[in-house]
Design a protein around this ligand. Structure first.
Ligand SMILES: Cc1cc2nc3c(=O)[nH]c(=O)nc-3n(C[C@H](O)[C@H](O)[C@H](O)COP(=O)(O)OP(=O)(O)OC[C@H]3O[C@@H](n4cnc5c(N)ncnc54)[C@H](O)[C@@H]3O)c2cc1C
Length: 269
């Protein structure tokens, strides 16, 4: 049976990022991925990076996340394709404008600017601005390539002596003395510590250990067009609707309209 100091279950952005931070401490994580890199949400992620959030606790994380994305390419020695072309938050009704103004008042001044309708028109001539009631530009925010982040972390984990095995679905984690026994599709492993970062599947793995975390899978869809001539620099969002539109560096225009709600079968969405 192979033994390891610390194992990480799941190799999405979170598992890979955690494994990297463990490896940076001089330890050698063993990472298990059930399918392929980017199989989970990370491979479907639009990549919008914001430094703000209405919930003050999440806002602290968002602010740190933005700083992290700014320094990550240098730290990993790998281009994460982070484009700081800004996020344009646009209110199209008086109610939206009122709520937006109130929300942005709670954010640090200097992290965004208000654009008049004329300024929006001159900066982004391809946008129809007649209905714009209020518009803020958060210019440090933007788009990252989630798979480039994942690959950057993975390369760094391997460089630092960590190991990633796939396809290696973890079937169960069971206590064995002061260690943990990990049953996988590739055989059994023993670890002193295990980090579970298996996305929405974390709940079922942890429930077998008597740990219940309130994670529910939510379906979310993204519309992706064929690649088009690049024209859309910022990410555009409309508050209260979940609407987000952006253009990737390959030219695809992508958009979402928020969550489709709870589902037990994500293959349906
Ligand atoms: C359509 C869409 C758009 C999104 N857009 C954005 C956005 O613009 N900005 C943003 O910040 N966030 C966005 N998100 C959210 C973001 O993608 C997720 O928060 C993030 O990817 C979660 O990463 P993760 O590593 O926790 O999970 P995942 O990426 O789901 O990774 C979990 C991994 O664990 C593996 N796994 C599962 N079970 C096991 C097992 N038993 N054994 C071994 N491996 C296992 C899976 O195969 C998977 O690879 C979006 C999500 C979706 C679906």
């Amino acid at each position: 049976m192979k033994k390891t100091d610390i194992a990480v279950v799941g190799c999405g952005a979170l598992g890979a990022g955690i494994a990297y931070n463990i490896a940076k401490l001089g330890r050698k994580p063993l990472v298990f991925e059930a399918k392929y890199f980017g199989y989970g949400s990370t491979g479907r992620d639009i990549g919008v990076v914001r430094g703000r959030h209405r919930d003050p606790d999440v806002a602290k994380l968002a602010s740190e996340g933005l700083k992290l994305h700014e320094k990550l390419p240098d730290e990993l020695g790998s281009n994460t394709l982070f484009r700081q072309d800004g996020v344009l938050t646009v209110a199209l009704t008086s109610e939206e404008a009122e709520a937006l103004e109130k929300e942005f008042k709670s954010y640090a001044s200097g992290s965004f600017i208000e654009l008049s309708r004329d300024e929006v028109r001159s900066r982004y001539p391809y946008l129809r601005v007649d209905d714009v009631k209020l518009c803020y530009l958060s210019s440090r925010e933007g788009l990252v390539h989630p798979l480039a982040v994942l690959w950057g972390y993975l390369d760094a984990v391997r460089r630092l002596g960590g190991e990633v095995v796939k396809p290696a679905e973890v079937i169960s984690i069971e206590p064995k003395g002061d260690k943990l026994n990990i049953k996988t599709a590739l055989g059994e492993y023993e670890a002193s510590k295990v980090v579970v970062a298996a996305g929405f599947r974390s709940r079922e793995l942890l429930s077998k250990l008597g740990i219940d975390i309130p994670l529910e899978p939510l379906a979310k869809e993204a519309l992706v067009t064929e690649p088009m001539r690049p024209f859309l620099d910022p990410v555009i969002e409309r508050p209260g609707t979940g609407l987000v539109v952006a253009q990737t560096m390959r030219g695809e225009v992508i958009g979402t309209v928020g969550s489709l709600g709870k589902t037990s079968d994500l293959t349906l969405s």
